[in-house]
Design a protein around this ligand. Structure first.
Ligand code: PLP
Length: 386
C-alpha cells in the first residue's frame, strides 16, 4: 500500500535526481576532497559546484557558504560564533517559538550564565516586534529569529526584523531550515549576517546542512580540527550528501521560481475540506504569512496522537508537533506560546506537503478524517464531561 506522506517538515524523500547525483560518490568516486591527487581533486570540484548551487538558492556568494552536518549544527555554530567573536557581550535575543536547535541551545547557554530574552508571539504566531526592539541592548551579541516555523508554518517578517536589529548594530541570525527551498530568500536584500539551512528538508539526504555567513562577518569555528571549509568547519566532508544537497538546492530554486502553485493549492484544499467536514476544527497559524506547504489544525476534545494512530492505519503520515517534540507527551511549546487553548493543543495535527504531494493524497485524507474525528470524539472523556 502506498504511503501518503504528509510529514515533510519532519523530513523529505530524497528525490531521484539527488540520489543519482550522489551515487557515484558513495561508490567509485570515494577520494578525499583534500587529497593532492586528481582522484580526490575531482571530488573537491564537485563540492564547489554544490556550494554554488546552495549559494544561488539564497542569492549568496559561494564563499559565504559553509557546509555543516545539519541544521542544528548550523544554528549552534551561528550563535556560538557571535558569542566567541565578542566575548564581552553575554546576551542573546530569540523567540519563544524557535526549534529546539536554537531554543534548547539558548537554555543551555542560560545555565552557563548567559542572559536570554525570549520574545513572545501573539495568537496567530506573529512576533511581537516592539518587544524585540526593546529587548536589544549594548550587551546583545546576537539576535536569532527563525524565518518560517516548523510547526505552524508562520513566516516572520524578516525584512522588518533585520531593519530593527541592524539599526542597533547587532548580529542577526535566522534559522531558515524550513523556509529555504519553499519561499524565495535573497540575502543580498535581507541584511541577515548568518542563515541556517538543512538538506533533508529539501529532498536531499539527512546529515548535511549549511551556514551562510555574510562576507565580512567575524566568524569563530565551532568544530575545530583540519583545514576543511577554509578552516571554518573541520572534518572530512560528507561528500555524497553535499553533492546531493547541491542538486536538491538547484531543483528547489527552479521550483520556488516557477509559477507552480500546486503545493499551496493542495494545502488550501486540505484546510478547507477539513474545516468544512470536521466540527470543532481550528487553524493554528497566521493564514496570510505561512509556508505554502504547512497546515497546523486542531480538533478540539480529541487527542492528536490518537488521530495520528488512526491515520497511520491508512498509511497516512502526519505529525502532532515537531518531529523532536512528538514522542514526548509535552504539549507543543509553539502552540502554548500562541495561547492555543489546552483542549485544542492536545488535538493538534500538522500536515506538511511537498512538491510530490498529489491531489489523490489530499483526497484520501479528506475521505478518512471526518470519520476518525467523529469516532474519537465519541470516545473522548472531555466531551462526555463537557
Ligand atoms: N530548525 C528548524 C526550523 C527545523 O525544523 C529543524 C528540523 O526539524 C532544525 C532546525 C534542525 O535541522 P536538522 O534536523 O538538520 O538538524
Amino acid at each position: 500500500m502506498r504511503v501518503i506522506y504528509l510529514d515533510n517538515n519532519a523530513t523529505t524523500a530524497v528525490s531521484d535526481e539527488v540520489r543519482e547525483a550522489m551515487l557515484p560518490y558513495i561508490t567509485e568516486l570515494y577520494g578525499n576532497p583534500s587529497s593532492m591527487h586528481t582522484f580526490g581533486g575531482q571530488v573537491h570540484r564537485k563540492i564547489e559546484v554544490a556550494r554554488e548551487h546552495i549559494a544561488c538558492l539564497i542569492n549568496a556568494e559561494p564563499e559565504e557558504i559553509i557546509f555543516t552536518s545539519c541544521g542544528t549544527e548550523s544554528d549552534n555554530t551561528a550563535i556560538m560564533s557571535a558569542l566567541e567573536s565578542e566575548p564581552r557581550k553575554k546576551h542573546i535575543v530569540t523567540s519563544r517559538v524557535e526549534h529546539p536547535a536554537v531554543l534548547s541551545f539558548c537554555k543551555a547557554l542560560y545555565r552557563k550564565g548567559y542572559k536570554i530574552s525570549f520574545i513572545p508571539v501573539d495568537k496567530k504566531g506573529r512576533l511581537n516586534l516592539e518587544e524585540l526592539e526593546s529587548a536589544i541592548t549594548d550587551e546583545t551579541a546576537i539576535v536569532s529569529i527563525m524565518f518560517g516555523n516548523n510547526e505552524t508554518g508562520v513566516i516572520f517578517p524578516m525584512d522588518t526584523i533585520a531593519d530593527i536589529v541592524k539599526s542597533k548594530n547587532v548580529l542577526l541570525h535566522s534559522d531558515a531550515v524550513q523556509a529555504a527551498g519553499k519561499i524565495p530568500i535573497d540575502v543580498k536584500k535581507l541584511p541577515a549576517d548568518m542563515l541556517s539551512i538543512s538538506g533533508h528538508k529539501m529532498h536531499a539526504s539527512k546529515g548535511v546542512g549549511a551556514l551562510y555567513v555574510k562576507r565580512g562577518t567575524r566568524f569563530s569555528p565551532y568544530i575545530i580540527g583540519g583545514h576543511q571549509e577554509k578552516g571554518r568547519r573541520a572534518g572530512t566532508e560528507n561528500v555524497a550528501s553535499i553533492i546531493g544537497f547541491g542538486r536538491a538546492a538547484e531543483l528547489a530554486k527552479e521550483h520556488v521560481l516557477s509559477d507552480d502553485t500546486t503545493v499551496d493549492e493542495l494545502r488550501d484544499r486540505l484546510e478547507k475540506g477539513l474545516m468544512d467536514t470536521c466540527p470543532g476544527a481550528r487553524i493554528n497559524s497566521d493564514r496570510e504569512y505561512r509556508l505554502p506547504n504547512t497546515l497546523n489544525i486542531s480538533f478540539e476534545y480529541v487527542e492528536g496522537e490518537a488521530i495520528l494512530l488512526r491515520l497511520n492505519e491508512h498509511n497516512i503520515c502526519a505529525s502532532s508537533g515537531s518531529a523532536c517534540t512528538s514522542g514526548s507527551l509535552e504539549p507543543s511549546h509553539v502552540l502554548r506560546a500562541m495561547g492555543v487553548p489546552f483542549t485544542a493543543i492536545h488535538g493538534s495535527v500538522r500536515f506538511s506537503l511537498s512538491r510530490y504531494t498529489t491531489k489523490g493524497d489530499i483526497d484520501s485524507v479528506l475521505d478518512k478524517m471526518p470519520g476518525i474525528i467523529k469516532e474519537l470524539r465519541e470516545l473522548s472523556p472531555y466531551v462526555q464531561n463537557a
